[in-house]
Write a protein that binds this ligand. Structure first.
Ligand code: PCD
Length: 789
């Protein structure tokens, strides 16, 4: 655990400061996009397609226009006049804003109704009559690659199939050789199903175009306001919306989880309408629209293979992925990594042969996919490697904990070069797993399990020891649409020693207002409570790429530390001047400089800052502020060891998580209470895909669970009691030794649960079940394996 170097009053690193932002959240004083009301504001509602694939024969707006309050209905043809009917996706693909002739997935936007109230807009929506000519959709990604499959993206000249891209990493020949000579080979087909982030707040915006001043203010639920401003300028520059005339404001956000990174058609339509009508336009999705039409996550079909020795040494892994992106690749990945950072799939183990390849396809499903609480496809990667590792242990009859201990990269071997090209910065995997085993009481549980199994009862213990890869990123490799993935901090200290700090990131509930203040408090000794943190307004905050991929601590958090250090350098100069000594004679102790050997001669940071405005050395720039754009030298590689214990009712397949121990290592911790909250939330979002959530479509492209009545999101009732703990292996390259943590639990959680369930079922010869593992799937597997004979 991080040692606190500052007093509680200063509240630097390691203090469990209560979250500053919670005062407003728990009193209903948060300010979300739907709270924004502007004079003359209009409301937008969207007509959506009931078909997954259909020609639009006609759109009849006559009845809709008669609805009192309806002002206009906007179609793709209207937008076409301004060349605003298509937009780029963040993955350099293209997406319709509104269709001019064909719809490509169920719930796709068809046209937008603008009215003076949201009720009139909804009534108008119901009155629009669209005539469709349905076509047979392509729903199966494997069949989509069939040469006989219809080509879906006829908008792309010359496109002859539904293939989007191929990507690979690692050494194909070397890996094939190791596989050919290995004692043991495990091969498993897995599907990581399509799911949705289901943040409590849906997406929405208020687009406010001021015709007189040619200025757009866009209030929206975005995790990346600066990038969005640039994208708007790129898409709508030709109609006069140049970047200095655009202000994007991201107010309080009720959960992002990656789903608020993409640009959805609704935003662009709202901007277009506001631009044309000259009035503010509000668009807020309802729950079903959010679930049915916004970007999905996952949907990877993986053939996963592992080669090893009879003694349990992992020698090589091989992964072949088929990525179903739906109608367009609207993933928010760094450009060079269309498969995200999936190539972390070699895991926490020491071997040097691996090969990963992937192909992406179009189908008639909603586009995406987002990196839902995983740093670009790490959840998929960890599920694959951690399932394989367990299957390997079972196959050779070795305890899965022992097998992992045997294969871990050793702590002295960092920085470690992975066979797919990553350089892991630091780790101590043995310590993490040992701690988790001690906390859970591993040996006793295995004994209990053996006794239960002898009585025919089903109990399972599942382990996941994962390596995360977060903090995109070093700008030499990471960009989104060409914009480099650095991040920024600007600190301005007022004469009385109180500060405002602004960042290029944007909290959606993570607690940045508290933790960024703590980093600055640590570095400058100004109490955290005297540091106001602001994010999300492109007019005031320095440019940054936003908050996702657990990158805020690794990038903007680092920028906060470096900017503070720049200020400390200035403080030293001012202190030397005030104390009439040389800079070299000064020593820093949290919050003050003192003269070496004469500690009574000192100046506090507050005195120094006051002097920066009132009595600074002649020739020195007045004021006390610093900005830093931090470009990390590497990513950070947090890790964790999770152990899950389940009891399964043999007759019904009902699964009960009895224990879940999560030992995380995110290096130095800024706020332990916040990190614990992050882990609790993330683990609940790990139970979700492991046991409950999956978006299901029928062969005609109808979504079968497009409401929260049928899409089961776990609540406090379904959540087990989480037992959390830490090991601390600082990142050697991060200024405060911190690594990201926000996504670790969602990444490491699902395989621990899946491994526990399969472990309980293994006496029947069951070796794998795809997540979500529901009671029905358990019952079915047991039946197929003769458990009820
Ligand atoms: N921390 C500390 N320490 C350390 C680390 C960290 O303290 N070492 C803390 C910080 O400060 C913050 C948090 O914790 O506050 C987190 O962090 P990070 O890891 O760095 O991260 P960020 O960037 O900030 O964030 C992001 C994440 C993500 S990514 C997600 S999904 C999720 C998480 O976050 N989301 C959310 N979490 C959360 N929470 C809440 N409440 N809400 C939300 O929404 Mo993605 O990519 O987007 O998919």
């Amino acid at each position: 655990m991080t040692q606190c170097k500052t007093s509680k009053e200063i509240g630097g690193m390691g203090h469990s400061l209560k979250r500053k932002e919670d005062a407003r959240f728990i009193q209903g004083k948060g300010h979300y996009v739907d709270d924004i009301k502007l004079p003359g504001m209009l409301y937008m509602d969207i007509v959506r397609s009931p078909y997954a694939y259909a020609k639009i024969k006609s759109i009849n707006i006559e009845e809709a226009m008669k609805v009192p309050g309806v002002i206009t209905v906007v179609t793709g043809k209207d937008l076409e006049k301004y060349k605003l009917h298509w937009m780029p996706t963040l993955m350099s693909d293209t997406q319709m804003v509104l269709p001019t002739d064909t719809v490509m997935y169920q719930a796709q936007e068809v046209c937008a109704v603008i009215a003076t109230s949201k009720y009139a807009a909804r009534d108008g929506r119901e009155a629009v009559k669209v005539e469709y000519e349905p076509m047979k959709p392509v729903m199966d990604p494997f069949k989509s690659l069939d040469p006989a499959a219809p080509v879906l993206r006829t908008d792309k000249p010359g496109k002859k199939d539904n293939h989007i891209w191929h990507w690979q990493a690692g050494d194909k020949e070397k890996t094939a050789q190791v596989f050919a000579n290995a004692d043991v080979v495990i091969k498993q087909q897995m599907h990581i199903p399509r799911i949705h982030v289901v943040s409590i707040e849906t997406c929405g915006c208020v687009a406010d175009y001021d015709k007189v001043n040619h200025h757009l203010t866009m209030y929206m639920t975005t995790q990346a306001p600066h990038a969005i401003r640039t994208v708007i300028a790129l898409v709508a520059g030709h109609v006069g919306l140049s970047e200095e005339r655009i202000r994007v404001v991201s107010p309080d956000i009720g959960g992002g989880f990656g789903g608020k990174v993409p640009v959805y058609p609704g935003y662009v339509i709202a901007i277009a309408v506001s631009f044309l009508v000259g009035k503010p336009v509000k668009w807020i999705e309802d729950r079903s629209e959010n679930l049915q039409a916004d970007s999905f996550a996952r949907d990877y079909h993986i053939t996963a293979e592992l080669a090893g020795t009879k003694e349990g040494k992992i020698l090589a892994t091989r992964f072949k992925v088929l990525a179903d992106h739906g109608y367009t690749d609207a993933a928010a990945n760094p450009s060079k990594f269309p498969l995200g950072l999936f190539s972390i799939c070699t895991g926490s183990y020491d071997y040097n042969a691996a090969f990963v390849e992937a192909d992406a396809v179009y189908t008639n499903k909603p586009p995406g996919g987002v990196a839902y609480r995983c740093s670009f496809r790490v959840t998929e990667a960890v599920q694959a490697i951690e399932r394989l590792t367990d299957m390997f242990a079972k196959k050779i009859g070795k305890d899965p904990a022992e097998l992992r201990m045997q294969n871990f990269i050793k702590k002295e071997d960092f920085p470690w070069h992975s066979p797919t090209g990553w350089i892991y910065d630091s780790g101590n995997y043995q310590a993490g797993l040992q701690k988790a085993m001690d906390v859970v009481g591993y040996a006793a549980l295995r004994k209990e399990q053996a006794e239960k199994q002898a009585r025919g009862e089903l109990m399972g213990i599942g382990i996941s020891t994962f390596t995360e890869i977060v903090g995109a990123g070093p700008s030499k490799d990471f960009d989104i649409l060409g914009i480099k993935m650095f991040d920024s901090a600007e600190i301005r200290v007022h004469p009385t020693g109180k500060a405002i700090a602004r960042f290029g990131t944007k909290s959606q509930g993570q607690g940045h207002e508290t933790t960024y203040a703590q980093i600055i408090a640590e570095e400058l000794g100004i109490p955290a409570e005297n540091i106001q943190v602001e994010e999300g307004d492109t007019d005031t905050a320095p440019y940054g790429l936003g908050t996702y991929a657990s990158r805020s601590t690794p990038t903007a958090g680092a920028a906060a530390a470096v900017a503070s250090r720049k200020l400390r350098d200035k403080a030293r100069k001012i202190a030397a001047y005030l104390l009439e000594v040389s800079e070299n004679d000064l020593e820093w102790e949290t919050g003050k400089f003192f003269v070496k050997g004469a500690p009574e001669k000192s100046k506090t940071i507050q005195e120094i800052v006051f002097a920066a405005y009132t009595n600074h050395p002649q020739g020195m720039e007045a004021g006390f502020e610093a900005t830093h754009y931090y470009d990390p030298p590497n990513l950070t590689f947090p890790s964790g060891a999770y152990i899950c214990v389940v009891d399964i009712d043999k007759e019904t397949g009902a699964i009960h998580i009895r224990r879940f121990v999560a030992i995380d290592d995110c290096g130095n911790i800024i706020n332990p209470m916040i990190v614990q909250g992050q882990v609790h939330g993330g683990l609940t979002q790990a139970v979700a895909p492991a046991m409950y959530e999956e978006l299901i479509y029928d062969g005609e492209g109808n979504i079968l669970n497009g409401t929260l009545m049928d899409y089961l999101v776990p609540t406090a009732v379904e959540s087990p009691k989480w037992e959390t703990g830490h090991t601390c292996t600082p990142s050697p390259h991060h200024p405060i030794g911190a690594k990201g943590v926000g996504e670790s639990p969602t990444v490491g959680g699902p395989p621990a649960i899946a491994n526990a369930i399969i472990d309980a079922l293994s006496p029947f010869g069951i070796t794998h079940i795809d997540i979500p593992i529901t009671p029905y799937k358990v019952w079915k597997a047991l039946k197929e394996h003769g458990a009820y004979d």
